[in-house]
Design a protein around this ligand. Structure first.
Ligand code: URA
Length: 236
């Protein structure tokens, strides 16, 4: 693939802008400055690394990203009341079409996946492909056995005709609930907790499929997902 196409596919602007970056000697490949936009590089093995203005990036056919979402950010690219989670990411990701894989509320924290691979996004958001998600909620009132049983057996959410049941609901302490759900309806977890007779004061997503948010990833920080992590996501 030629260098212009490499930069273009990785989100570094229009083809014209990518040619200009290269012509201005701002791009290097494997440590060597390249000013010829038509120079070809092998990208198939995914090992190509290039730098733009001294910042190194790997070439990736698709971007699979993990963000430890802080509170106070909206998952929309066109946010209404709070900054977008995209303001926490390098701009080339939005440019290359990366989108959130499902949404978290602005005040929900934790594991947020993003990708520009439409199949992957569909796989994790389609209601048919049920992927378990583990949330940890802080509740206003003490948890009791009746609430936990109601969450496991199914609670009727306002405006729904069928009850929603948690895969599992466990109290970690008096006011901390670990709730595992398959679906991703609007405000699902908060509504389930309310329907069980309590109230959600804070919500954090800890796990999707078999993948747990790494403790080393600080709130607001992002990382690429590697093949092992993608496999863990698909496992339950
Ligand atoms: N359920 C909610 O209520 N909010 C979220 O952000 C995610 C799941």
């Amino acid at each position: 693939m030629n260098l212009e196409s490499i930069l273009f596919t990785q989100g570094f602007g229009s083809r014209r802008q990518c040619r200009a970056l290269i012509g201005d000697a701002r791009v290097s490949v494997d440590g060597t400055v390249c000013t010829e936009a038509d120079t070809d590089f092998a990208v198939a093995d995914g090992t190509l690394r290039f730098s733009v203005d001294g910042v190194e990036w790997p070439y990736r056919e698709h971007a699979y990203l993990l963000l430890n979402k802080p509170a106070g950010y909206e998952c929309s690219r066109d946010p209404q009341h709070h900054p977008s989670v995209f303001s926490l990411l390098p701009p080339q990701f939005a440019e290359r079409g990366v989108q959130c894989v499902g949404r978290l509320d602005q005040d929900t924290t934790g594991l947020l996946l993003l990708s520009d691979d439409g199949k992957f996004v569909h796989q994790f958001t389609s209601p048919k492909r049920k992927v378990p998600k583990l949330y940890v909620a802080t509740t206003r009132h003490p948890l009791d056995d009746a609430q936990l049983a109601a969450l496991r057996d199914g609670v009727l959410l306002h405006g729904e005709s069928k009850p929603s049941a948690a895969l599992d609901a466990q109290a970690r302490d008096t006011h901390t609930l670990a709730l595992s759900v398959l679906e991703g309806k609007y405000h699902q977890v908060k509504r389930m907790i309310a329907a069980a007779g309590n109230r959600c004061e804070a919500l954090h997503r800890e796990r999707v499929g078999g993948f747990v948010l790494p403790a080393t990833l600080a709130p607001g920080a992002w990382q690429w997902l590697d093949d092992n992590e993608l496999d863990a996501l698909r496992g339950g």
